[in-house]
Write a protein that binds this ligand. Structure first.
Ligand code: ZN
Ligand code: ZN
Ligand code: FE
Length: 762
């Protein structure tokens, strides 16, 4: 007989509101251990008596078999005196003061709840708000911590006796599931304009979708606008209402089987589609798909997600007459944040929607769908390549290898997300949007206030981009002045580099080569950067190489009209503008004259080394696009055309430290004139960029002996370019880091800002 021993165990991480105590309880009972478990300020605490062997197995299982939503940061075990407990119990929580808890993101419906949803004998049969400790809304319904029903928007609903008994039974899978509800006591759906409820509301919604109408559907973190993705007419109507000419819409399909009829799906892509985060996954769109071209015009890909709430599961039920693919795009007028409340939906979305499917569970904080690609490398377990980080991921913190003071990273202008720090956690917010109007700025400010309250963070340092006109920069400077806080400006591409290495917990004392290809970023010399090779780390950098700066005639106008960029590149390369060139044809005679003046005299023509702008110029010269309606459109369409078999290369010239694209421009023009297919031109350009990346990295290695590379900046959303650059770098002996947790675009910038600030201020 083993002698009894006692243990005290402290666990931190995401361990509250995720079924952790019942899991501890069940594990302890299973091993015949005695003692108790409770929630504390900072996690979960256990005291336990038992035999040494059982205790050892207990600790192993605590680490290994955690519930799906839980995440253990630290588990500390200490020997204590045997207490002489008689049973195992879940005991009352100890006080929560200034302690804090990571908050779980919202989680898609779990298999157990899905089975109950379609089980006619279950009391939640066809109930659109079924959930349990392993699934359902979290982040978007939580108004404060500690996470408890009164601090959620479920406080509006009083639990019925059945729900209350499940909620308080440690053996039940709904034990302390705060959003627990049922048809008797929980939220309900209804249809507007006619007020039908329940099944009738669902039927009315399906009927309208089938009939080519647009329905605004209230979801988890906001509204979607839904319509039949096979019907060009309604998709075009939605585009006109949303003032969104070309930017692709995401679609929702009932299951992977359906997705395979429209897209090619690899094993890794399938697993991401079906993961409990259920992001929108960018898939290769099959040419034989019946999804209308207008859903994703000029794209080789389609963004697809699977149903993630019980309401979606009911709406898209297979046996029923509903289009197989539904457009499900964010419910907001152009450029404004997601609509959250029923009232706002009815006032702001009524010009866009023919009807509404509403419910009465309030949304506390808005959260868009996450968008991700899959990019697989043989030596990495992760294959997700995030493009927009939101539902399912935010506000899970990114764990950094340092204890940080409380800071705010303000992020950038476009695709904004901000970042708050506490200890070794970097809480990167969900995607906020483009900070270009009052509504989005308001959403940004309330989002910051909300997360500061949830995580009990009072930032001492506010970190901003060097661009003086970003609204995020102005927010920081205003706030710092009124609250007397310290500020730090961080160069845009230095922040990109730091974001990429921080998420891999890369050590601070080892310099790395950052290949930062981007659209726009304010440089330390006042010009616009975006084609940069940086050598350094969090605390500083040296700009070793850059793309030859060329004028950006007309500033922002040139960003919207790639032909301007093409003309500027031709001028710089000493190539005459000729009538047969598409970029010349796109311009009026007056515009050509004005442009020449701007370029030659540097009037409203800031210099830029941006690779994003080079993509624009190439797309214009190759006849892909002369004007754009959304950010990076020309580059995305150029990438879509790449001929995967083509091995030709347009070579850059490298005269340290400047990289010149003039021979690339000349080569492309020569091929264009010889009637080469556009796919060939696009491929040779991508191949040339990849070769240039390797060659410049080799040059840096020769001088500095560094052979580790990080790829960041918005241009690296281009997985075709990744596909070409990474093998070249690896076969030249470089170790390459890419983004896995935060986007390579400006959506990940705030993480880099706080990493730089931490190391600069130490
Ligand atoms: Zn569930
Ligand atoms: Zn109930
Ligand atoms: Fe950027």
């Amino acid at each position: 007989m083993n002698e009894a021993r006692g243990l005290s165990i402290q666990i931190t991480g995401v361990v509250q509101g995720v079924g952790f105590r019942p899991f501890v309880y069940a594990t302890a009972c299973n091993l015949a251990l005695r003692g108790w478990v409770r929630n504390t300020n900072s996690g979960v605490e256990i005291a336990v008596d038992g035999s040494a062997a059982a205790l050892e197995r207990f600790v192993v299982r605590l680490k290994g078999d955690v519930p799906p939503l839980a995440r253990i940061d630290q588990l500390q075990v200490a020997e204590i005196e045997v207490n002489g407990f008689e049973a195992f119990e879940i005991v009352a929580s100890s006080e929560t003061g200034q302690g804090f808890q990571p908050v779980s993101p919202d989680v898609s419906i779990c298999p157990d709840c899905l089975a109950e949803l379609f089980d006619p004998t279950d009391r939640r049969f066809r109930y659109p708000f079924i959930n349990c400790t392993n699934c359902g809304p979290r982040y978007t319904i939580i108004s404060d911590m500690p996470y408890d029903r009164p601090a959620t928007t479920m406080a509006d609903f009083m639990m019925c006796a059945d729900c209350a008994s499940e909620y308080s039974d440690p053996g039940d899978r709904r034990f302390h599931a705060q959003p627990v509800a049922c048809p008797v006591c929980g939220p309900q759906i209804w249809f507007e304009p006619d007020g039908q409820r329940g099944e009738q509301a669902l039927q009315a919604t399906r009927r309208l979708l089938r009939d080519g109408k647009i329905v605004a559907i209230k979801g988890l973190g906001g509204f979607h606008l839904a319509c039949d993705a096979h019907d060009s007419k309604v998709v075009q109507r939605l585009r006109a209402y949303k003032q969104r000419a070309d930017k692709p819409f995401a679609v929702m399909m009932p299951d992977v089987e359906a997705v395979r009829r429209h897209c090619w799906v690899s094993e890794a892509e399938r697993s991401l589609l079906e993961s409990r985060e259920r992001p929108i996954v960018i898939l290769r769109h099959r040419p034989d798909s019946s999804v209308a071209e207008a859903v994703a015009p000029q794209q080789a890909t389609l963004g697809v997600m699977l149903p993630y709430t019980p309401l979606h599961a009911l709406l898209l039920e297979r046996q029923l007459d509903i289009p197989e693919a539904l457009v499900m795009t964010s419910g907001n007028p152009s450029d404004e944040p997601l609509v959250m409340s029923n009232q706002a939906a009815q006032s702001r979305l009524s010009p866009l929607a023919d009807a509404f499917l509403l419910h009465d569970r309030q949304i506390e904080i808005r959260c868009d769908d996450t968008v991700a690609s899959v990019y697989q490398r043989p030596d990495e377990a992760a294959s997700i390549y995030p493009l927009r980080r939101a539902r399912g991921y935010a506000p899970f913190p990114i764990r950094l290898p340092w204890e940080m003071p409380p800071m705010l990273g303000a992020g950038a202008e476009l695709k904004n997300a901000f970042c708050l720090t506490r200890e070794h956690h970097a809480f990167l917010s969900q995607h906020i949007g483009d900070l270009e109007n009052y509504e989005t700025l308001r959403s940004y400010e309330t989002g910051i206030a909300h997360l500061e309250r949830l995580f009990r963070i009072k930032p001492e340092v506010l970190v901003h981009d060097l661009h003086p006109d970003y609204l995020a920069t102005r927010y920081v400077l205003d706030r710092a002045a009124s609250e007397g806080l310290a500020t730090l400006g961080v160069q845009h591409h230095h922040a990109h580099l730091s974001a990429c290495i921080a998420e891999h917990a890369y050590p601070a004392d080892r310099p790395i080569i950052g290949v930062i290809f981007d659209g726009t970023g304010y440089g330390t010399d006042g010009t616009i950067w975006g084609g940069e090779f940086l050598l350094g780390s969090y605390s500083g950098f040296e700009r070793t190489h850059w793309l030859k700066p060329i004028p950006l005639p007309g500033g922002d106008t040139a960003v919207r009209h790639p032909w301007r960029q093409a003309l500027a590149w031709l001028h710089t390369a000493g190539i005459h503008w000729e009538e047969r060139m598409l970029c010349v044809q796109a311009a009026s005679d007056r515009a050509l004259d004005a442009l020449e003046q701007q370029i030659e005299h540097g009037i409203n023509a800031p210099l830029t080394s941006s690779i994003g702008r080079l993509f624009d110029a190439i797309a214009s010269l190759a006849g892909v696009r002369q004007s754009v309606s959304y950010e990076a459109q020309a580059a995305i369409e150029l990438e879509a055309l790449v001929d995967g078999q083509e091995e030709g290369v347009y070579h850059f010239t490298l005269k340290d430290p400047v990289i010149d694209a003039a021979p690339v421009i000349a080569g492309l023009l020569r091929d264009y004139t010889a009637n080469c297919a556009v796919g060939t031109l696009a491929a040779r350009f991508h191949n040339g960029l990849a070769v240039m990346v390797r060659d410049v990295c080799q040059s840096i290695r020769r001088q500095h002996g560094i052979d580790v590379v990080a790829l960041s900046g918005g241009v690296w959303q281009n997985t075709t370019l990744l596909d070409r650059a990474i093998p070249l770098l690896e076969s030249a002996g470089f170790k390459v880091f890419i983004h896995r947790q935060v986007p390579a675009n400006d959506g990940g910038l705030a993480l880099g800002q706080v990493a730089v600030a931490h190391h600069s201020l130490r």
